[in-house]
Design a protein around this ligand. Structure first.
Ligand SMILES: Nc1nc2c(c(=O)[nH]1)N[C@H]1C(S)=C(S)[C@@H](COP(=O)(O)O)O[C@H]1N2
Ligand SMILES: [Mo]
Length: 437
């Protein structure tokens, strides 16, 4: 049994042992009696995780963490991703501090990591296969990566990915999930083929509604029957020129944590639609029903609700395009600066499927706003760079706030917007601190 499995399992058990049982092993214990022993399928899942049979498994009481999982060895760094802040190690979730996102094109080492499951074990690009099928696919086909390269036009685009839960840590009351601050976003350049070229080759039926993905990562329980995540996009999004099946990021192999050797990239939507370790696509005649497609996952209330409300799943809608947002990547928050000197300020802005029309900054907590120079996109669905400078009137503590506006005049709010149960779509202004001396 692997040692890394321990940390997260311990965390789950310390939070809610009965729920941990259910999540990890699929065991349902009566909430009334809070008693029970392993049923057969739960025992099988636990056996798979421990790596050997559990002869007296039938006597293992509910809510009791197997002692095999009792060590804690959370890593403090991820190879090739130095500088990222680790939120979780099983599955791995790590975000990038804003000042490390200063590059126009996000380098591989600074691309955030959001995993729902465990890394695949075999990622050999030579033998990798992508199977395309589903009830609305008329010519199901299996491709190797070499086939994709040989059959379809190669495309390189700079594409922005942001986790739907980026900024979750600001919601009050707190929303459960990874407590991302601002760094679950990045905009590398991806090389691959257009998803639509592959879909057209495989002949999509008239009644096609959705394209779902499956990846080679595995569920944290070790249960091979469960998928960590299987989402996707409506057919119209899949058919856009910018939707890719990519094998390279910034001209190199995609980092293992970001989906090596093959991933989907459908930018501008929650990152969760862009399947990593992609090995299967299904063209569906209905909204895909894979893991984490249904509310409350990646869904928000259809109408706004009071903070802390309970919202029924049928009153939620699946998030599609992300909303307008910006980040100040220079200077680093907390810097000291000579107040007699101008201070250069710069960053990026993005708006899901839309473009950004303007970015403003403020040094007086939003009382007045200064325009910035905004660069056009390098291609649709890339983030845009902005730059400006400020001059502080006197020494003291300042905050620089950035606020982007999209082409339709929608602007970032200064305070945290629409509370929602799972904490998605926080696009409040980014704030950094500066000490003028
Ligand atoms: N197979 C697979 N694809 C996946 C995920 C995953 O856990 N497994 N996570 C999704 C989520 S929630 C996000 S935000 C993005 C993150 O991409 P990154 O880790 O390359 O930044 O990948 C998406 N694709
Ligand atoms: Mo995500």
């Amino acid at each position: 049994m692997k040692k890394e499995t321990n940390y997260e399992i311990n965390k789950l058990y310390s939070k809610d042992p009965i729920e941990a049982d259910r999540l990890l092993w699929g065991r349902r214990t009566s909430a009334l009696t809070r008693r029970g022993f392993l049923n057969n399928s739960a025992l099988m899942a636990m056996t798979a995780a421990v790596g050997t049979a559990i002869p007296y498994g039938r006597f293992l009481p509910a809510g009791l963490i197997p002692a095999a999982f009792a060590a804690d060895n959370a890593p403090d760094r991820i190879e090739g991703k130095e500088g990222l802040i680790i939120l979780n190690d099983r599955p791995v979730n790590a975000e990038t501090p804003a000042h490390l996102l200063d590059d126009d094109i996000t380098p591989n080492r600074y691309m955030f990591i959001r995993n729902n499951g465990l890394l695949p074990e075999n990622t050999d690009p030579q033998s990798w296969q992508l199977e395309v099928g589903g009830e609305s696919c008329l010519r199901p086909t299996t491709f190797t990566i070499a086939d994709l390269k040989a059959r379809f036009e190669e495309v390189t685009l700079q594409l922005q990915l942001e986790c739907g839960g980026n900024g979750r840590n600001e919601f009050v009351p707190a929303a459960s999930g990874n407590q991302w601050t601002t760094g679950a976003v990045g905009c590398p350049s991806f090389t691959g083929v257009r998803l639509r070229d592959v879909l057209n080759y495989c002949s999509v039926a008239q009644d096609a509604v959705y394209v779902g993905y499956y990846g080679a990562d595995s569920h944290t329980s070790g249960n091979p029957g469960l998928d960590p995540i299987s989402r996707g996009v409506p057919i119209a999004k899949a058919m856009e020129r910018e939707s890719l099946i990519a094998w390279a990021m910034n001209g190199e192999d995609i980092p293992l944590q970001n989906g090596y050797p093959l991933r989907m990239v459908c930018a501008g939507w929650p990152g969760s639609v862009s399947g990593k370790w992609l090995n299967r696509l299904v063209v569906r005649d209905r909204v895909h029903d894979g893991e984490k497609m249904a509310a409350p996952s990646y869904s928000v209330p259809s109408v706004s609700v009071a903070p802390g409300s309970r919202v029924a799943n049928e009153d939620m809608r699946i998030i599609e395009s992300m909303i307008v947002k910006s980040l100040t990547t220079f200077p680093q928050s907390g810097v000291s600066h000579d107040y007699r000197q101008r201070l250069t300020v710069r960053g990026h802005a993005w708006a899901g499927d839309n473009q950004v029309s303007a970015v403003f900054i403020s040094i007086d907590f939003g009382a007045t706003w200064l325009p910035t120079a905004l660069r056009p996109v390098s291609n649709r669905l890339a983030w845009q760079h902005w730059q400006s400078w400020v001059q502080f009137p006197e020494p003291g503590y300042y905050e620089i706030w950035s606020r982007a506006m999209d082409e339709q005049g929608r602007s970032q709010p200064m305070v945290v917007p629409g509370w929602n149960p799972r904490g998605y779509l926080n696009n409040a202004c980014h704030r950094i601190a500066v000490q003028a001396v």
